[in-house]
Structure formats: structure tokens, C-alpha cells
Write a protein that binds this ligand. Structure first.
Ligand SMILES: [Zn+2]
Ligand SMILES: [Zn+2]
Length: 124
């Protein structure tokens, strides 16, 4: 009789420990759904790929920081998050990526020099 009580007590204790461990260990679980996915592009080979929030977190842990991440195509640590152009649909790096213009290079190609306001063609 006593032995049964102790066994029940141990099981209850183990269950409580397991629940506590699961709650503390898996504190806000990162979603692994398509809605959370973000676009990334490799600076080296221009491979575009998507990562869900959970995959991005895993890759960040592997890369030791938020960006750049390792490219799944060429394995070089040169993958940065990209934005998609509303006009042509191509992907481009944001301006915080080294060497990036922060805009679509198809619709807004790099100009040899800045023309601040005067967008009109030079008069002949
Ligand atoms: Zn690559
Ligand atoms: Zn564009």
C-alpha cells in the first residue's frame, strides 16, 4: 500500500518536473510556418532562398549572428536578407548590406554620379 503511494507520488513529481522543464526550456517557440518566411540572397552566387522564422533562427545560431548567414548553395557566409521590388519583382539587398544601394538595381541602376534634384536631361 505504501509502496503504491510512493510510486504514484514519484510519477506525479516526474510529471511536474517534465512540465516545468518543457515550459522553461521551450519558452516562446519560434514559428516554423510559411507566413513567417523571409527572403535571403547570397552575395557571392546570387542564390535566392527563403527561411521560416525557425529556420532563420537556426541559421543565425550556426552563423553566430543575425547576418550574414551561410548560403545553402555555395556554403559561403554571404547571405543577407533581401527585399522584393514592387515594380519588377527582383530581389535587392537593403542599404545596411556592404556594397548595396538599398534599392532595386534593375529599376534604379547605379548612376555614375548623384544628381540631387535636377532629374531633367541636360539641355543641348
Ligand atoms: Zn552562395
Ligand atoms: Zn525593380
Amino acid at each position: 500500500m505504501n509502496r503504491v503511494k510512493i510510486a504514484v507520488g514519484v510519477v506525479a513529481l516526474l510529471a511536474a518536473v517534465a512540465i516545468f522543464w518543457m515550459n522553461s526550456g521551450g519558452a516562446d517557440p519560434i514559428p516554423d510556418t510559411p507566413e513567417t518566411s523571409t527572403h535571403w540572397m547570397c552575395h557571392a552566387c546570387k542564390q535566392v532562398f527563403t527561411l521560416t522564422a525557425a529556420e532563420a533562427a537556426r541559421e543565425e545560431a550556426r552563423a553566430g549572428g543575425p547576418s550574414p548567414l551561410y548560403c545553402p548553395a555555395c556554403s559561403v557566409k554571404e547571405a543577407y536578407r533581401v527585399a522584393q521590388c514592387d515594380t519588377c519583382g527582383s530581389y535587392y539587398f537593403s542599404s545596411d548590406v556592404p556594397g548595396s544601394l538599398g534599392r532595386c538595381e534593375v529599376c534604379f541602376p547605379d548612376k555614375p554620379r548623384e544628381r540631387p534634384k535636377d532629374e531633367s536631361p541636360p539641355s543641348l
